[in-house]
Design a protein around this ligand. Structure first.
Ligand code: NAD
Length: 443
């Protein structure tokens, strides 16, 4: 099949590469000329496991090409995906400017046979707006066919998720569109029926519902973790205790320093905004967001509780800058909240991340109070203490002797509960983690 994708970011590029891998001819369009040029040269602008090989292979086989030419991309695809960003607008709603700009662009040269599918995360009613924008741009009287196909891939496992989806949600208004999408996704739907077909509005809402539910689980656990500290319980034991109930399950109930990334925070806000627009207060969503904002400051609070509120003259080592492991994405990352709070309190930061340092450099530029270190142990040199913010696998079993020798104080702020409190105490560390007031109430 011939497929076009507007927006060649995490979602657009992964979608394009995976669809090309199964034999489709895919054109990825983006307005970022630099990005398109780099991709044409075989350079992958983001880090995503497995993506580079996939893009190179399919590009070499001429099944995957990149362009800034919107007309060329529109003419190419039997199916055209819109996968551009939908960031938060000032009032929290999803900013649809890019989606609708693409729709207008597509509308100029769309033909009746083509199907336009929104893959971006968009509020209910957006597919209708996309159709109206295309019509206004002059589709010549015919009613453009639109569908919704929200994306559920996870950064860090995006290729795997796309190739082996848990479900494929399609929102369609007619049989032809449904048949086209079923055909396109057949290679990913071989093992058992994963495709769930529904009306467009329900498909659009499904994506927000999924992200809101996941974010709720995290904020719930974080709220409980803080309480566990107060009452002298260990949230990690509580986690195992509740996860054993299959109605609850073990997935996604890890306490930590809050969620970040390009999706959960903005999607929670957008869904809350939709509720607000319908005079329906989103009480749970408001709480999820508020708990998360507070949780992102939790490590900083622990640092000031230990070292005082004036941190001038202090240096902290930070391991992990990406919002989660296996990605270079730092959008709304908890590490940024920590960095900014440390700087504001006068501290310097020496930081390491396996993949996200370039992004941090781009976000903050050169500054005297930030040293980015290629080696995690180099980040410890001259530091008062270590804060672990992202649970990259390489941080799980470090050389603790070396850490203790390098730090001015043997203190580890463990924002992801990856270290064993008993083990660290035995090694002579002060270990501050999340929600582990273990057993202190039993004495
Ligand atoms: P991204 O910022 O990585 O990529 C968006 C791309 O769109 C950029 O390359 C940008 O240059 C391009 N773009 C902007 N305006 C354009 C235009 N007018 N024409 C063509 N290209 C244009 O974003 P992303 O993370 O891939 O997210 C895209 C959408 O998918 C969002 O709605 C997001 O919520 C959703 N989503 C993201 C993820 C994820 O994990 N990143 C997962 C599921 C869904």
């Amino acid at each position: 099949m011939r497929v076009s994708i507007f927006g060649t970011g995490y979602v657009g590029l992964v979608t394009g590469a995976c669809l090309a891998e199964v034999g489709n001819h895919v054109v990825c369009m983006d307005i970022d000329a630099d990005k398109v040029e780099r991709l044409e040269r075989g350079e992958i602008p983001i880090y995503e496991p497995g993506l580079e090989a996939l893009v190179r292979r399919n590009h070499a086989a001429k099944r995957l090409t990149f362009t800034t030419d919107a007309d060329e991309a529109t003419r190419h695809g039997e199916i055209i995906f819109i996968a551009v960003g939908t960031p938060s607008d000032e009032d929290g709603s999803a900013d649809l400017r890019a989606v609708l700009a693409v729709a207008r662009r597509i509308g100029r040269s769309l033909t009746e046979a083509q199907l336009v599918v929104t893959k971006s995360t968009v509020p209910v009613g957006t597919a209708k707006q996309v159709r109206a924008a295309m019509r206004e741009a002059g589709t010549g009287g015919f009613e453009p066919r639109v569908a919704s196909n929200p994306e559920f891939l996870k950064e860090g496992a995006a290729v795997k998720d796309f190739m082996n989806p848990d479900r494929i949600i399609i929102g369609v208004a007619d049989d032809v569109s449904e048949r086209q999408l079923r055909l396109l996704y057949a290679p990913f739907n071989r093992n058992h029926q994963k495709m769930v077909s529904m009306d467009i509005a329900s498909a659009e809402l499904t994506k927000y519902a999924a992200n809101a539910m996941l974010a709720t689980k995290i904020s719930f656990m974080n709220e409980l973790a803080n309480l566990a500290e107060d009452v002298g319980a260990d949230i990690e034991r509580v986690r195992i205790g509740i996860g054993s109930d299959p109605r609850i399950g073990y997935h996604f109930i890890y306490p930590g320093v809050g969620f970040g990334g390009s999706c959960f925070p903005k999607d929670i806000r957008a869904l809350a905004r939709t509720a607000h627009d319908h005079d329906r207060p989103a009480l749970i969503l408001g709480a999820v967001e508020a708990v998360n904002q507070a949780q992102k400051r939790r490590l900083f609070e622990k640092i000031t509780a230990r070292f005082g509120t004036d941190l001038s003259g202090r240096t902290f080592a930070v391991w992990g800058l990406a919002f989660k492991p296996e990605t270079d994405d730092i959008r709304e990352a908890p590490a940024r909240v920590l960095l900014e709070a440390l700087w504001k309190a006068g501290a310097r930061v020496r930081a390491h991340d396996p993949k996200a340092m370039e992004e941090i450099r781009r976000a903050y530029g050169d500054r005297d109070d930030l040293t980015l270190c290629d080696d995690p142990y180099a980040a410890l040199d001259g530091a008062d203490a270590l804060a672990v913010v992202t649970e990259w696998k390489t941080f799980w079993s470090p050389d603790f002797e070396r850490i203790r020798e390098s730090l001015a104080h043997p203190v580890i702020f463990d924002g992801r509960n990856i270290y064993d409190p008993v083990e660290l105490a035995a090694l002579g560390f002060e270990h501050e983690s999340i929600g582990r007031g273990a057993g202190s109430a039993d004495d």
